[in-house]
Design a protein around this ligand. Structure first.
Ligand code: ADE
Ligand code: ZN
Length: 347
């Protein structure tokens, strides 16, 4: 797959800066951040049969026709993740990769609807708590988790909420998310559990406006009261929505490579983030399911640089991610100092 709309060559200096800059990531899925070779290994370990005879064939299945095709592969991958040790292993690999990108803090989605019946909740929560500790001690990375409900199994929604509340008390989970197929599973189906989550003091976010148009984003805003929108790129089709997003500064978690790979954005067009930024919408840059889309967080910024975003604009997007995160004000102050020091050095 070639993104045709990469028209500007970038200087080695910008390349280096984008690699080195301290980053925050607020939209990345742990399961989707697990590479094909690891999934293959877990499948063998857990005696799960994948519809491929070799690792190469399995890797070849990561050329997605569309969102539904991607989701089929994503679900197969999650079926290979069977034990708490699998999650510990995935998490260690994830942390090493985030450290390589100089990600200083991240909020990570877990596909909780698929975890519920696999193992005792307290055991897997202990693994995530251990991951947070390891992130701090080994890499000095801040980490927390946002379990999400898979839209196509809405009946899991209250069990996911119970799981989150248990993990929140252990200092591991901070909010509720909504992932999976948007088409056919509108936000309204989840209004009740979102209301309860908010009442319990959790943060709430939702994927919306990736596959379905503006009405899905309006639903996430009005019915779920989402504090941030995952993707949200289809808002470019609704001037009133663009105006609303610009006015409220509700952040969008934009994932450019994901959108190209799933045909949400045509390969021969610039990414919608250009229009969003120009309309004054608060955008952040994220990698979603990085190895599934042959990307990483730095490559997301590099792509935007190739599409003509200036260093100042890219830096602002990076700052937006810090401000849009659910870090406390005291923690943000600490990170802002680090950001400012890097920016002053690079000016
Ligand atoms: N789960 C993992 N990646 C996703 C995406 N891009 N959209 C919705 N749900 C997801
Ligand atoms: Zn996502």
């Amino acid at each position: 797959m070639t993104i045709i709309y990469e028209n500007t060559s970038i200087s080695p200096e910008i390349n280096k800066r984008l690699w080195e800059m301290p980053k925050v990531e607020i939209h990345v899925h742990l399961e989707g951040a697990t590479d094909a070779a690891t999934v293959w290994k877990l499948a063998k370990r857990n005696k799960v049969t994948l519809p491929a005879a070799t690792l190469e064939e399995w890797q070849g299945m990561y050329a997605f026709r569309d969102f539904d095709h991607f989701l089929d592969i994503y679900l197969l991958a999650t079926q290979c993740m069977q034990t708490v040790d699998d999650f510990a292993f995935m998490l260690n690999r994830f942390l090493a990769e985030q450290a390589r990108q100089n990600v200083r803090y991240c909020e990570v989605f877990l596909s909780a609807s698929f975890i519920l019946d696999k193992f005792p909740q307290d055991e897997v929560i202990a693994v995530f708590a251990e991951g947070i500790k390891r992130g701090k001690e080994k890499y000095d990375i801040g980490l927390c988790f946002i379990p999400d409900i898979a839209r196509h199994i809405p009946e899991t929604r209250y069990r996911v909420l119970d799981f989150i509340l248990e993990g929140r008390d252990a200092g591991v989970f901070i909010g509720l998310g909504l992932g999976g197929p948007e088409a056919g599973y509108p936000p309204e189906l989840f209004a009740d559990v979102y209301e309860e989550a908010r009442r319990q003091g959790l943060h709430v976010v939702a994927h919306a406006g990736e596959v379905v148009g503006p009405e899905s984003i309006w639903g996430a805003l009005n019915k779920l009261k989402a504090e941030r929108i995952g993707h949200g790129v289809r808002s470019v089709d609704d001037p009133k929505l663009l105006e609303y997003l610009a006015e409220t500064q509700i952040p969008l978690e934009v994932c450019p490579h994901s959108n190209y790979r799933l045909k949400v954005t045509p390969l021969d067009e610039p990414h919608q983030i250009r229009k969003l930024v120009d309309a004054g919408v608060c955008c952040t840059v994220n990698s979603d399911d990085p190895p599934m889309f042959s990307t990483d967080l730095t490559s997301e910024y590099l792509l935007l640089a190739k599409q003509g975003f200036s260093w100042i604009e890219l830096w602002q997007l990076n700052r937006n991610a810090l401000e849009a995160s659910f870090l406390s004000e005291a923690e943000k102050v600490k990170y802002r100092a680090e950001w400012d020091a890097f920016y002053a050095m690079e000016k």
